[in-house]
Write a protein that binds this ligand. Structure first.
Ligand SMILES: Nc1ncnc2c1ncn2[C@@H]1O[C@H](COP(=O)(O)OP(=O)(O)OP(=O)(O)O)[C@@H](O)[C@H]1O
Length: 623
């Protein structure tokens, strides 16, 4: 099978006078995180953004990727001068943590990503599989192709995260601390891989905390930050000569990255200002600089001169070429099947891919589906047995109203609580995928709605079937389906309410607010405190309780005016609630109407669901 080769677009990133300020709570003055830094990250080079903790590395990366826009001033250009910067469209951002679904295998994860990124019109299924196989081979992941992501090692997860972003062959790759959490051999492997990918013409930029000397040597360009200033921009080999030019002689047995970090950390005094001034000069990036330095420092100590010379000769292009030629050739041979003009699938196609992914996830994560089924059946039987024949027994009518409320409360809680925790857990994956243009947020949200709704209907039906018949509610199908419909609406609304709280708060606060607000909803449902007994000025609050509408809709359905009298047990002398209308009057629901309550339920449900989308969007932008 032959697919035309795909040229990698060569894009340089230029930035000038980047200032980034943030507001700090309880402080009048804004904090200057980046203080007018400039630089150029070239295609075909692997760039390291280095510096001590808090220097502004992540802030710079977030600005370059387009993640951070607020509080940023300066010029960012991509490619030719004056080209409009649209980092988000041309780059992929690989975050520090590897956010992968643990229930999918490596091959499945790659297939889903390929289907989301490449249209079927430009690549057949077999061609996509070939592309996946090649990327996996290049990243040494073929042997774990059928392993679930949850069982991968840290290094394998990192390589898979890179593999996922290589599918659409982005010209720019940003990585936030790609070696964090990896052992030294995995770290070296990952950086070597990035180096090779850069050699194909990509612009690869990563932040790195404290690279070893061998890792440092693989970076073509080093951009060091300290206190928001650029304190060095140049090749790895020029680091020591650069510092020496400012009188900072690297001690014997110190590696260049260690010494650079020590200097930027202020271990030899505060040189930030001098370094920032000297770093404006970008002569340190070119290999010719090395020759210049050799002359410049001819008079330095023999030991230092030897080291400088060693560094310079190590960095000659000749050496680089001899080391990487083989790998580059291998890589280009492998990537010759990357595909010609690639088009992205429509959002409609992506929707189906996401629906399929959500469905598989639901069935693989047995705690979400099987356990819920089982619990609904067990709880349905238990609650049904507890309330016994309350549906027909006139002596148990008050218990039966309690039963109609308890059903709503049970379904509300069991649906809302997992939903509060669901999106905080998924937000990182969502953030990564939406930002890297896998799909739009609305497509994802629609897919989750489409997948979760049938599950809510099924769970509610299982529970209601058990309790309805065990408690001997009216046996006609119309009443059954009317009651079932009300509880389905409660369940779907609970899901929306949970997601809303989950996206507005962190999980701890989310569950706290969910519990407190639900308690109020129960109290305001019109059963524990009758509506007529509520203070007049507070009656309107009960309108916010979704459980009030569900209870009223169920009570007016079960105790409709023309229902026959309820049975009074022989051993009971007097049954006050024998006539259904007595119950309705007692609860103040004699004028209650099923349809209007259902409309209010639907309105609340739609409100929660649409608010969820906006809060999710806000949360995504904020994080
Ligand atoms: N949104 C923000 N609000 C307040 N302070 C911020 C914000 N963003 C960054 N900062 C501050 O700016 C400084 C630089 O942060 P940044 O995360 O860029 O540093 P870093 O070099 O990546 O550090 P590390 O290596 O520890 O991750 C820190 O002091 C941080 O507290």
């Amino acid at each position: 099978m032959e697919i035309d080769g795909d040229e990698i677009q060569q894009i340089n990133i230029n930035f000038e006078n980047i200032y980034y300020t943030v507001s700090v709570p309880k402080q009048k003055e804004k904090k200057n995180v980046l203080k007018g830094i400039s630089g150029c990250f070239k295609s075909g080079e692997l760039t390291a953004i280095m510096g001590p903790s808090g220097a502004g590395k992540s802030s710079l990366l977030n600005i370059l990727t387009g993640f951070t826009k607020q509080g940023v001033k300066g010029v960012l250009e991509m490619g030719e001068k004056n080209t409009r910067y649209d980092g988000q469209k041309s780059c992929s951002y690989i975050l520090q943590e590897d956010h992968l679904y643990p229930f999918f295998t490596v091959n499945e994860t790659m297939t889903i990503a390929t289907n989301l990124k490449i249209s079927d019109r430009c690549m057949s299924h077999d061609e996509k599989q070939l592309l996946i196989d090649q990327i996996l081979e290049t990243l040494h992941l073929t042997y774990v192709k059928d392993t679930r992501c949850g069982s991968l090692s840290g290094g394998q997860k990192k390589r898979l995260s890179i593999a996922l972003e290589l599918i659409d062959n982005p010209p720019i790759l940003f990585l936030d601390e790609p070696t964090t959490g990896l052992d030294s051999s995995s770290s070296t492997h990952t950086i070597r891989l990035l180096h090779n990918l850069a050699r194909e013409g990509r612009t690869i930029v990563c932040t790195i905390h404290q690279p070893s000397a061998s890792i440092y040597e693989m970076f073509d360009h080093v951009y060091a930050l300290a206190e928001g200033h650029c304190v060095y921009q140049g090749s790895n080999a020029n680091t020591i000569p650069y510092l020496a030019s400012l009188g900072l002689q690297c001690p014997q047995y110190h590696s260049a990255p260690d010494y650079l970090l020590e200097v930027t950390n202020g271990e030899y005094g505060n040189f930030t200002y001098q370094l920032a001034k000297a770093a404006i000069n970008d002569q340190w990036r070119s290999s010719t600089t090395s020759v210049y330095i050799r002359e410049e420092y001819e008079n330095s100590l023999d030991r230092d001169r030897d080291r400088i010379d060693d560094r310079i000769s190590n960095d000659t292009d000749e050496k680089r070429i001899s080391v990487y030629t083989k790998t580059s050739d291998e890589m280009s041979a492998k990537f010759s099947l990357k595909g010609g003009e690639r088009t992205t699938p429509s959002e409609w196609t992506r929707l189906w891919v996401l629906i399929a992914r959500c469905n598989v996830l639901l069935f693989r994560d047995w705690t979400v589906t099987n356990l819920k089924f089982l619990l609904h059946i067990l709880c349905g039987i238990l609650i049904g047995l507890l309330f016994g024949d309350s549906g027909v027994n006139a002596d148990k009518s008050i218990s039966n109203v309690g039963f109609l409320l308890i059903n709503g409360v049970y379904l509300w809680y069991t649906t809302m609580m997992p939903s509060v925790l669901r999106f905080p857990a998924e937000i990182s994956i969502l953030k990564k995928e939406v930002f890297n243009n896998w799909y739009k947020l609305r497509t994802y949200y629609l897919a989750t709605l489409i997948t979760s709704t049938p599950l809510h209907v099924l769970n509610t039906s299982i529970y209601i079937c058990a309790v309805y018949f065990l408690t001997e509610q009216p046996p006609d199908s119309t009443t059954f389906f009317k009651v079932l419909f009300v509880y389905i609406l409660v369940t779907i609304a609970a899901d929306g309410f949970g997601i809303l709280l989950g996206t507005l708060n962190n999980p701890v606060n989310g569950t706290f607010f969910a519990a407190v607000l639900s308690c109020f909803m129960i109290v305001l449902s019109g059963f524990l405190v009758l509506f007529k007994h509520m203070p007049k000025m507070l009656q309107f609050i009960s309108d916010t309780s979704i459980l009030k509408y569900s209870l009223e809709a169920c009570v007016v359905t079960v105790y409709e005016i023309d229902r026959k009298d309820l049975q009074c047990p022989e051993d009971v002398l007097y049954c006050h609630y024998r006539k259904p209308e007595t119950i309705l009057k007692e609860l103040g629901m004699e004028n209650g109407d099923y349809v209007s309550n259902v409309i209010k339920l639907i309105a609340q449900l739609l409100f929660f669901k649409s608010m969820c989308y906006f809060t999710l969007r806000r949360r995504l932008l904020k994080s």
